[in-house]
Design a binder for this molecule. Sequence first.
Ligand SMILES: [Zn+2]
Length: 143
Amino acid sequence: MGLERKMNRVPVITIFVRHSEGCPQADEPFSKKCSCWKHLRWTHDVKQHFKATHQKTWAGAERAQREMEDSFERAGRPELSEAMSVGSAVDTSIKSKKTEGVGSAAMKKYQRELEEFLRLCEVRGCVLLVQVKPEDLVDFASG
Ligand SMILES: [Zn+2]
């Protein structure tokens, strides 16, 4: 069951070789014997995707494959997503406060502070949560 859920989220990513002209392995899309460019292939949302690994070695292609799998894994778990925007983090945070049953006065204050934080982030060009640096928080707290 756990495995099945994981499979839904993370597509099977296949390494294949785009052989250069005249390569003796040209008929073998999964050949590890030549040093032609390796690519990745996977199906996601019923669509087939391709991506160059910029690797000529099989080991290098496997590294790219793992990185790709990791990024799908993270995308399936938004709480771990590096690409979470500050805006959606603020929204999530406000929603969770609401479900905690925080009183409306406290809630308003909380919401105001977060919105202020959001504005500060925008001014500083931090759209993604990963772009927020500790000094941004310090400035916010002292602001
Ligand atoms: Zn080849």
